[in-house]
Design a protein around this ligand. Sequence first.
Ligand SMILES: Cc1cc2nc3c(=O)[nH]c(=O)nc-3n(C[C@H](O)[C@H](O)[C@H](O)COP(=O)(O)OP(=O)(O)OC[C@H]3O[C@@H](n4cnc5c(N)ncnc54)[C@H](O)[C@@H]3O)c2cc1C
Length: 491
Amino acid sequence: MTNTIHDVAIIGAGVVGAAIARLLSRYQLSVALLEKEADVGFGVSKANSGIIHAGFHYDAAKTLKGKLEIQGNLAFDRLKLELGFPFKRCGIIMAAFNDEELATIRTLIDRGIGNGVPGIQECSREEILELEPDFNPEVIGGLLAPTGGVIEPYRYVFALTEAALRNGVEIFKLFKVTRADREDAAWCITAADGQTLRARYVINAAGLFADEISRLFGAEEFTITPRKGEEYLLDRNTEVHPTHVLFPTPSAHSKGILVIPTAEGTTMIGPTAEMTDDKEDADTTADNFRRIFAGVTHMMPGLCRRDVITAFSGSRPVLPGEDFYITVSQKMPHLIQVAGILSPGLTASPAIAEYVRDLLKQDGLELTEKTVWHKPDAPLPTVRKLKPEQVDELYHNDPAWCNIICRCESISEAEIVNAIRHGHTTIDGIKFFTRAGMGRCQGGFCSYKIMKLIARETGLPIEKISKHGPGSEIVVGHLHPMPEPEAQNHV
Ligand SMILES: Cc1cc2nc3c(=O)[nH]c(=O)nc-3n(C[C@H](O)[C@H](O)[C@H](O)COP(=O)(O)OP(=O)(O)OC[C@H]3O[C@@H](n4cnc5c(N)ncnc54)[C@H](O)[C@@H]3O)c2cc1C
């Protein structure tokens, strides 16, 4: 590959690796971000509840995840301004249906106050019903945490990597790290396809696979156990639309099954929490759906199972002790372990990045801030949120703004081409970047049109276009040229 020795190589472009890459791009360093998948954010960071937790679940003085959760939460207004991803501080309500649950909630309020959660307060049954008129009237009280919020997690990862790239970070996709050797006071990292890359410092941010990476480097032995969570997404046009994230009272092992108003205006329900021994297990089951549905309709009885349009699952990387493990390796030189990043890893990610930056400094990496640091380009507008006259104005410069490719979410050809030009060349990459294929038909009508656009923009043969990278190609064998999609869906 290249003879350059990077100052830092980050293994894993999930939310953690991406947040670290973006922060390090502020300094005079050469940084490489290595990802085994075809796009960034395709690990746990794409399959979660998208909640920016308020910071009352864990004691910030006793756990690292509690400390970094509250610091991370507070960073999101600034990050949204700088990076422009969908984020709303919609607030969190946690509900009690009996005195025992109310007692648990009062303990959490005290913990939140101790952690410094702004505005956390107890609220009465009447207050809950005023904030959420469709809530089960049997509720007896609960808590309100106004600083809790929701985010589109994949858009956040894309925005972080975009900013990192703009400021000199090199991103290597389809780079599956399979070997590490210490050579001439640097790490030589080898990928599955034989590519190599050298770096003085390495950050292990490989999510569910951080234990395997640690082993490859001859560093600490630990075992990550996946804890799977299933989530179900409802149609945009549901009758019941909660405006706060709704939590039941948690158990010792789980935050419970939630109703989540997503940052883009849909509703999601879940997740479950089940230990599994398969890191790649992404199944969902009818039994779990029934459990989830029973749980959420106890809070919001008006939710309707016919509104469910899709399901997915993701697994939390869990270490014994259930806390983040972020440390300079005691066994191998210049290796930083960032492992066991279970929930609230998404929330804590900005603070994890700062923590890792400080560890690199302690371990001898010189950090000099750049004098010029580029802001990423503002995200393009999206037709769904524009008035017809605004779309018309865009149309005059580029007719592709009026060729609607995804009818359910109103995503135009211009938005899809923009995603492709930003390096997202799989169906899932484009879905996460634009929302094309996230609506009621789940890509049934638009996938073929998107494939045609990928082929046109990249020159890839149609047989090479995949859902999420090699091995997930959509058509098999040779196809005769397809006719151009008709430009009939103009707004
Ligand atoms: C169901 C569920 C719900 C959740 N809800 C929330 C929530 O609402 N709020 C919240 O704060 N947190 C939530 N979390 C937790 C959050 O999603 C994770 O903490 C976070 O995404 C972890 O990010 P990561 O970057 O460490 O891992 P990942 O996103 O998995 O990133 C690791 C990356 O490393 C790559 N990789 C692995 N091995 C290699 C290799 N050998 N070579 C190169 N690359 C490699 C992977 O492909 C992956 O992209 C939830 C988690 C789950 C599962």
